[in-house]
Design a binder for this molecule. Structure first.
Ligand code: NAD
Length: 467
């Protein structure tokens, strides 16, 4: 397969959008540059006593806002170029959804499937120690999160390692996506997929835009294909199918499956857990390659695995009307042009998968405030609603049942507030970039970059170059 330079692809999209902004050329160059690039190599003892050397990366792309923020990827594909590209995307993504962080990303070049849990813990703790020594982690400077190949478990190890190394009262804020008992927040695990759902729902509610695509408004009845049934892919599919979309195809690392009649997501997940694969799932056809299903007829295609999955080789055969980029960089710039030419709508990664960093921001706020969202206000709200309901009862014949009272007098707890903050963020940002798209006559990706460049650029205004 052709090799793509991911950072170059991100910069190409940036340059296209920069032409629509009034920023000084020097500032634009500074905005594109990666401020700090760290490559570390460290030894790890395997369970059998042998020693191997691990490559790790952390890139802080932009310090225009602090701390910097971005996930840690565990994959054999990890490289300096990939980490730089993903860190840059984080800067632009945070700006698009108004999350006040600079962009960063980390990577550990291993296949986690080939390591035992104790080995993974040793790798993660040593990586954290290296970040700490080099000042690449801390609630005020750089805050990692989960990404491809990592989850809450690894974030818990990172927090515990950092906590042992410092007396920082805000230590919980050194990493997000943690287990709940270690300062995590309700709703973080599903946040990226939930954000993908809110974003696509908002796009599909726009009558004019849907008519242009030859689609009706709403999610109900729309056919859906998902690539990668991991954290992001599974949760995107879950919320979209709960809203009435029909899952007709799924691609995983080893094969892809299809059914016109629809695939039951929960049953498929149970089958995958039991057999280790989606191959041969009842009522589905296993297609020729693991990418074949991307080319089947569907309304919404969600790449939720890795970058460069939609490229010059397959772009012409992709039939989806909406491509929701849940993964980072799934569409190469050449493929983007081919799909755009066909008139399909690409909802870009630097907006659509921002749900994860948005809820990470809420988690970080909770950690540095040392108080759970809703703790102060929930009871107060409930009591106020109850008072209003009782006034309604006294001035009317209406008597509420206990069930109605419970439903109507509900105050916002952590889960409800996180969900509401996430929806607000995704809806506002979508309309902001969709308006820019129409105003400049560009595509949504370029619009998202224009939005990001203007917001990051406004931080540069009046800023001296020190010293
Ligand atoms: P994950 O490790 O939970 O899941 C990835 C899934 O993709 C796995 O099920 C894996 O088997 C599958 N996969 C691997 N290679 C594949 C291939 N060639 N074809 C089809 N499927 C394949 O990872 P994740 O956290 O869901 O991340 C997926 C993407 O979403 C990545 O691009 C990541 O950067 C992006 N993302 C993740 C988050 C987050 O909060 N986790 C946030 C923003 C963006």
């Amino acid at each position: 397969m052709k090799e793509y330079k991911f950072f170059e692809q991100v910069n190409k999209a940036f340059d296209k959008a920069a032409a629509y902004t009034k920023l000084d050329k020097g500032f634009l160059e500074q905005m594109k540059a990666c401020n700090d690039v760290l490559h570390i190599q460290f030894p790890i003892e395997r369970d059998d006593g042998s020693v191997i050397v691990i490559d790790g990366y952390r890139v802080e792309h932009s310090h225009h806002k602090m701390p910097t923020k971005g996930g840690i990827r565990y994959s054999t594909m990890v490289s300096e170029d990939e980490t730089m590209a993903l860190a840059a995307l984080m800067t632009y993504k945070c700006a698009v959804v108004d999350v006040p962080f600079g962009g960063a990303k980390g990577g550990i070049k291993i296949d986690p499937k080939n390591f035992s849990v104790t080995e993974l813990e040793r790798v993660t703790r040593r990586y954290t120690y290296e970040l700490y020594k080099k000042n690449f982690i801390g609630p005020g400077n750089d805050v990692p999160a989960p990404d491809y190949g990592s989850s809450a478990r690894e974030m818990g190890w990172i927090f515990d390692t950092y906590r042992q190394l410092t007396n920082d009262i805000d230590a919980e804020g050194c990493v997000t996506g943690k287990p709940l008992g270690q300062g995590g927040i309700r709703g973080r695990t599903e946040a990226t997929g939930r954000g993908v759902y809110f974003g696509i729902k908002e796009a599909c509610s726009n009558k004019e835009d849907m008519e242009e695509l030859g689609l009706t408004t709403g999610l109900d009845g729309k056919t859906l294909v998902v690539q990668g049934l991991g954290n992001v892919g599974y949760h995107s599919a879950k919320y979209l199918t709960e809203a009435g979309s029909i899952l007709t195809g799924v691609a995983e690392w080893d094969c892809s499956i299809h059914s016109d009649k629809g695939i039951d997501l929960e049953e498929l997940m149970a089958y995958k857990k039991e057999t280790g694969s989606i191959k041969g799932f009842k009522g589905t056809k296993t297609l020729k390659t693991n990418k074949s299903v991307l080319e089947t007829k569907c309304d919404i295609l969600i790449p939720a695995a890795l970058e460069n999955q939609i490229n010059e080789e397959n772009a012409k055969r992709i039939k989806a009307k909406i491509i929701g980029e849940a993964a980072n960089g799934p569409t190469t710039s050449a493929a983007h042009e081919i799909i755009k030419e066909r008139g399909a709508l690409i909802i870009p990664d630097n907006y659509l998968n921002a749900g994860g960093v948005t809820v990470s921001y809420f988690e970080w706020l909770k950690n540095i405030q040392h108080v759970r969202f809703g703790r102060m206000g929930k009871r107060f709200e409930e009591n106020s609603y109850k008072k209003i309901l009782s006034v309604i009862e006294t001035i009317s014949d209406r008597k509420f049942t206990d069930k109605e009272l419970e439903f109507l007098a509900q105050g916002g707890g952590e889960r409800e507030l996180v969900d509401s903050g996430l929806e607000e963020t995704m809806v506002n940002a979508y309309n902001e970039i969709n308006n820019l798209r129409k105003h400049h006559g560009v595509d949504l990706r370029t619009a998202a970059f224009i939005s990001a460049i203007n917001k990051v650029g406004s931080m540069y205004e009046g800023m001296g170059i020190f010293p």
